[in-house]
Structures are given as C-alpha cells and as structure tokens.
Ligand binder design. Structure first.
Ligand code: 6GU
Length: 234
C-alpha cells in the first residue's frame, strides 16, 4: 500500500519509522512518503495561510500550494491512477474500525493535514477531480491540526495490511472487531500483590473460558460503551 502525507510539520511523522509500521516500511509492505507542503510555495516566506474571506478568527490555508502538491503526488510515476484523498477534519465523518477496514483495500491514500482554521474549500473540490475525497474525524474533540489524526489513521489502517501484525489472530479478538470491547487479559504470576487471576482462566476448560470472556465483553461494553450495544441488550 502506498501512503503520501502532505503537512507543514513532516517531523511529526518520524515515529512511523518505529515499531510494527517501521518494520512494514523496511519490508516494503507499506510505502509511506511524507512531503512538506512548503515545498510547493514560491514566495520568500513560504506562505501557506492567509486571512479568511468574510472575516472571522484565525487563518485559512491557501489553495495554491495544496493544488500543486496534490497534482504532483497524483501524477507521480508509481502512484496509482486514482488515489483516495483523506483530509483529517473535526468536521468530517467519524473514523471507525470498519472505515479502517474499508480504507486498507485502497492501493493509494493521500493524507492532507490542515492547520489553522482549515483549508480553502476549493482544495477539496479540486482533489475530487483526481480521486475520491473524504473528510474524516477522529471523534468529537478538537486537535490543533490533522497530523496526529493522520498518524492515528495510518496506524489503524496499516496494521490491517496482511503481514504487518505477525499473528493474524491478534486482529480478530480485539475491541471493536466484534462490536464489543475486549475481554480483560492476565499473565503470570497467578497471584500478585494480593490480587488473583480469575480462577476460570486456570481451569483449562476452553468452553467455559470462552463463555466467561464473552460475558466480560458484554458487561464492559454495557458499562463503558452502551452506544455499541443493540437496543434489546442495553
Ligand atoms: Cl481529524 N482533526 C482535527 N484538527 N481535530 C480533530 C480531528 C481531526 N478529529 C478529532 N479532532
């Protein structure tokens, strides 16, 4: 999978060289390229923002550097014909595990990280000429820019690429994959600071363990995330 990122803070993405995604990049499974938006400015101050038409607080990212950046990336040799452009935005649709599963099917994702009060709206229209455009939010709170959100999405999507996570079973029994939160996990020692591992997990009875874990999942989901449960179970 190919991923391009356009940002005014390329160094935010240095951590993509670490851990499982770093290994996936070394092995060529994941090709991530990070670009500095200012490379597509032409003035001495490398300006990327300006005051909003109509007035209001803050600054808006200018369309011209974005237009050139997206043109260059979309037409780059080795890039696919129609990339999917993702603009992290608190005004977007909400990112979920099912959206991550949908996006991992795409051969080429381009993340456009906005700062300030946002990007000139015409940039999204222009990107739509070259590919699919999606504005995606991590949730109902505000970050200073799209970088941290893009990183979260790249990690959530990247770990779904076959071979990135060593044991594919790890991807199945985790929160949100079955529509429920994960069951609690324990390891040795069986007794620690007066706290014991639930007896059932030491029983060797796999059927009973599976039933207990499922019950834990339902109870935790009801307590912490009742919105995930179908109405009749709440
Ligand atoms: Cl994707 N961007 C920003 N700036 N803030 C956010 C967000 C994205 N998702 C939640 N808050």
């Amino acid at each position: 999978m190919r991923v391009d990122v356009v940002t005014i803070f390329p160094s935010f993405f240095d951590v993509l060289g670490v851990s499982l995604l770093g290994k996936a990049r070394e092995r060529g499974i994941l090709d991530v390229r990070v670009h500095d938006l200012r490379a597509w400015t032409h003035d001495r101050h490398r300006t990327v923002d300006d005051t909003p038409y109509g007035g209001g607080a803050g600054m808006v990212m200018k369309p011209e550097p974005w237009g050139e950046a997206l043109d260059a990336i979309a037409t780059d040799a080795g890039a696919d014909a129609a990339p999917t452009f993702i603009f992290p935005s608190p005004a977007g649709e909400v990112f979920t595990q099912s959206l991550a599963r949908e996006l991992v099917q795409e051969p080429h994702l381009v993340f456009g990280c906005g700062r300030y009060e946002g990007i000139d709206e015409r940039v999204f229209e222009e990107a739509a000429v070259r590919g699919r455009v999606r504005l995606i939010s991590l949730g109902d709170y505000v970050l200073n820019g799209g970088e941290v959100a893009a990183m979260a999405m790249i990690e959530a999507i990247g770990r779904l690429i076959p071979g990135v996570v060593g044991n594919p079973d790890s991807l199945v029994e985790e929160s949100h994959e079955e529509g429920l939160l994960e069951y609690p996990s324990y390891t040795k020692p069986a007794h620690w600071r007066g706290r014991s591992v639930p007896e059932i997990l030491l029983s060797g009875n796999h059927g009973a363990i599976a039933a207990w874990r499922h019950q834990q999942q339902v109870e935790r989901t009801r307590a912490r995330r009742p919105d995930l449960l179908p109405d009749e179970t709440v």
